[in-house]
Design a protein around this ligand. Structure first.
Ligand SMILES: Cc1ncc(COP(=O)(O)O)c(C=O)c1O
Length: 394
């Protein structure tokens, strides 16, 4: 096949696959495509083939690829100061915290580099603040793969190879308000929940379930940790999924769309939680560096200027309505976070790639559609047409 390893410069998809086998650790299942550049909701591979992107880097590229506002902001920041550590103050970090307070209603913030790290920190904060040790999480949950975050992640196939994990985690059926009470106890530090489960197959929390969460939180004096890593920054048609429920959690976690593709995560807490935390309780060398924070500020500016939260709501409804006309098992979701149940999701994903559409599936035959929020109506129509053709065998 002639893989030119000595140059470190593979040229065909086959060569990339071969190089991956030799040089990368085999933990990802990748599609056979090498992406080179993109704009808006489009990406182009090394052969010049164009794709409509319904994956958006797994709900990250909400403002689309190569948005000029973010490109300019990060270029300007890179020329000034990329990193300083948290031994010093920088303008972008402070400005981001002030902006997030306005957007989330949470009081104070900690910055990290990913969703997993945000969840990990949230679990630590909950233990320190409550002095308790147990957690409640839910069937279908996904919160990351570090030892703490993995402990509250539901699928056994992810957890079992790494046991023992955190003690005292109980999984309760998602959307079943009666079940929480049976598992909660006086040593419960926190309840960790996604209000729209992403990896679990796009399951939207019901109002009575959320009410039950609030009730038990109040009765048992534990913390409610809402994981907004995937749902945050407009994805569901509100700035944060908690806003659909007028919910005020004790802690929220965020990441993914927060930096327009530059790695950044965050934890937002109430003043009561923040008050208990002291230097040394948690830290991150890279977390909140000026480069990542300026990317996040520019991303938020784009979301505001282009009214992408409202667009996610309106165009998400349009998208779902069109999908419901297809012969699929179920369409559900909130805003631009849409799950489509089909009979053989991985085959649909593979065929879609051939037809110029990037789609992703969760383990339970659900297509998870989380496109850039800037996707156009024409692109939505085209995506529905391609999916329809595949599903009806055309
Ligand atoms: C709800 C939720 N929490 C946490 C994570 C972990 O985030 P990351 O992959 O950035 O570590 C994810 C990732 O898919 C997620 O969807």
């Amino acid at each position: 096949m002639g893989v030119r390893m000595e140059h470190g410069n593979p040229n065909s998809v086959e060569e990339f696959v071969e190089v991956e086998k030799q040089f990368l650790i085999n933990v990802y299942r990748r599609q056979p495509v090498v992406l080179e550049y993109g704009w808006g909701a489009r990406v182009v591979d090394i052969n010049g083939k164009e794709y409509i992107d319904l994956v958006a880097g797994i709900a990250v590229n909400s403002i689309g690829h190569a948005h000029p506002t973010v490109v300019e902001a990060i270029c300007n920041q890179a020329k000034k100061l990329i990193h300083t550590s948290n031994l010093y103050y920088t303008r972008p970090q402070i400005n981001l915290a002030i902006k997030l307070k306005e957007l989330t209603g949470m009081d104070r913030f900690f910055f990290c580099n990913s969703g997993t790290e945000a969840v990990e920190g949230a679990l630590k904060f909950a233990r320190k603040v409550t002095g308790k040790k147990n957690f409640i999480a839910f069937s279908g949950s996904f919160h990351g793969r570090s030892m703490g975050a993995l402990s509250v992640t539901f699928p056994e196939k992810y957890r079992n190879p790494f046991l023992p994990l955190l003690e005292g985690v109980e999984f309760v059926e998602f959307n079943n308000p009666d079940n929480i009470i049976s598992k909660i106890n006086r040593d419960t530090a926190g309840i960790v929940v996604e209000l729209v489960q992403g990896e679990g197959g796009v399951n939207v929390a019901e109002k009575d379930f959320v009410k039950a969460l609030i009730d038990v939180r109040n009765d048992y004096d534990c913390l409610l940790i809402v994981d907004e890593v995937q749902t945050g920054f407009g994805r569901t048609g509100r700035w944060f999924a908690k806003d659909h429920f007028a919910l005020k959690p004790d802690i929220i976690t965020m990441a993914k769309a927060m930096g327009g593709g530059i790695p950044i995560g965050g934890i937002g807490v109430t003043e009561e939680v923040a008050r208990v935390l002291t230097p040394g309780d948690h830290a991150s060398t890279f977390g909140g560096n000026p480069f990542a924070c300026s990317a996040s500020l520019a991303t938020i500016k784009v979301i505001e200027e282009e009214k992408l939260v409202e667009k996610a709501k309106v165009d998400g409804e349009y998208f779902m309505k069109s999908l419901k006309k297809l012969p699929v098992n179920e369409v559900r979701g909130l805003g631009m976070m849409i799950g489509v149940d089909v009979n053989n999701a991985s085959e649909v994903v593979n065929e879609a790639l051939k037809r110029g559409l990037l789609v992703n599936n969760t383990s339970n035959n659900t297509l998870r559609l989380v496109p850039p929020l800037v996707i156009t109506r024409d692109e939505i129509d085209k995506a529905v047409e391609i999916l329809g053709d595949i599903i009806t065998g055309q």
